[in-house]
Ligand binder design. Structure first.
Ligand code: AP5
Ligand code: MG
Ligand code: ZN
Length: 214
C-alpha cells in the first residue's frame, strides 16, 4: 500500500508517520530525514543539497526522484511505503506515478494535515531534533531529558538549521507555490483525506486512522 502524507512544515507529518507506518506495515520514507542523514554524514549528496535546505527551498526534482528511486528498489519497499514529504511538486508526482506504474503499483490514499500558519511557527521554532536517531521534541509540549539529551538514545538534541523563523516562512512559501499544486493535481486522481492537524498528538492519530479505516 502506497500512502502519501501531506501537510505544511510543522503540521506533524513526522510525528504521526511512525505509528501510521507501523499500523500499515510499510516503511516510513521521509525525504527530508534522508537528506538530513546525508548532511550529518557529509556525503557528496549532502554537500549538493545543503544550500537548498538551509534556505528552505526544495531540492531539485531530479536529485530528489533519484533518491526516492533507489529507496524504492530496496526489498522492504516492494509492498508499500508511507511517504512523508514526497512528492512535493507536480514533476515529482508525475515521476512517482510513472515509476510505480512501471511495476503495476498504484497510490492508495493521501492524508493531508492542515494547520494554520501561526500554530506552525510556534511548533517549529520550539522543535528540537536528536542528532543521532532523528527523534523529534518540542521545548514546551514534548521536551527532551532535563540535560538536553534524547530520551530514546541519549544523544544531543539540537535545533534544525532550517527551523528559524525566516527560513520557516520561506518553507511555507515553497509549500504554497510548489506543493499545493501537486496536491490539487492529486485530488483528480484519488481520495485526499483533509484532516485537521490541531489538537493532541493522539487525537490527530485517531483522525488519521479513522479516515483510512484502520
Ligand atoms: P522536511 O524535513 O520534510 O520538512 P517539512 O516538510 O518542512 O516538515 P517538517 O519536518 O518541518 O514538519 P513535520 O510535518 O514533519 O512536523 P513534526 O512532526 O516534526 O523537509 C526539509 C527540507 O528538505 C525541505 O525544506 C527541502 O529543502 C528538503 N526536501 C524534503 N523533501 C523534499 C522533496 N520531496 N523535494 C524537494 N526537497 C525536499 O512536528 C513539528 C513540531 O510540532 C515538533 O516539535 C512536534 O513535537 C510538534 N507537534 C507535532 N504534532 C503536534 C500536535 N498535535 N500538537 C502540538 N505539537 C505537535
Ligand atoms: Mg518532518
Ligand atoms: Zn535519539
Amino acid at each position: 500500500m502506497f500512502v502519501l502524507l501531506f501537510g505544511p512544515p510543522g503540521s506533524g507529518k513526522g510525528t504521526q508517520a511512525l505509528a501510521l507506518a507501523e499500523r500499515l506495515g510499510v516503511p516510513h520514507v521521509a525525504t527530508g530525514d534522508i537528506f538530513r542523514k546525508h548532511l550529518r554524514e557529509g556525503t557528496e549528496l549532502g554537500r549538493r543539497v545543503r544550500a537548498y535546505m538551509d534556505r528552505g527551498a526544495l531540492v531539485p526534482d531530479l536529485v530528489t526522484c533519484d533518491l526516492v528511486g533507489s529507496r524504492l528498489s530496496e526489498p522492504d519497499a516492494a509492498r508499500g511505503v508511507l511517504f512523508d514529504g514526497f512528492p512535493r511538486s507536480v514533476p515529482q508526482l508525475y515521476w512517482l506515478i510513472g515509476h510505480l506504474g512501471a511495476s503495476a503499483r498504484t497510490l492508495a490514499a493521501v492524508v493531508n494535515l492542515q494547520v494554520p500558519d501561526d500554530a506552525i511557527l510556534a511548533r517549529i521554532t520550539g522543535r528540537r531534533t536528536c542528532t543521532n536517531c532523528g527523534a523529534t521534541y518540542h521545548t514546551v509540549s514534548a521536551p527532551p531529558l532535563p540535560d538536553g539529551s534524547c530520551s530514546r538514545c541519549g544523544a544531543a538534541v539540537v535545533q534544525r538549521k532550517d527551523d528559524v523563523e525566516d527560513v520557516v516562512r520561506d518553507r511555507l512559501v515553497a509549500y504554497g507555490a510548489q506543493t499545493f499544486p501537486c496536491l490539487a493535481e492529486l485530488r483528480d486522481r484519488l481520495p485526499v483525506h483533509d484532516l485537521s492537524g490541531e489538537g493532541g498528538i493522539d487525537e490527530v492519530q485517531r483522525r488519521i486512522f479513522a479516515s483510512l479505516a484502520l
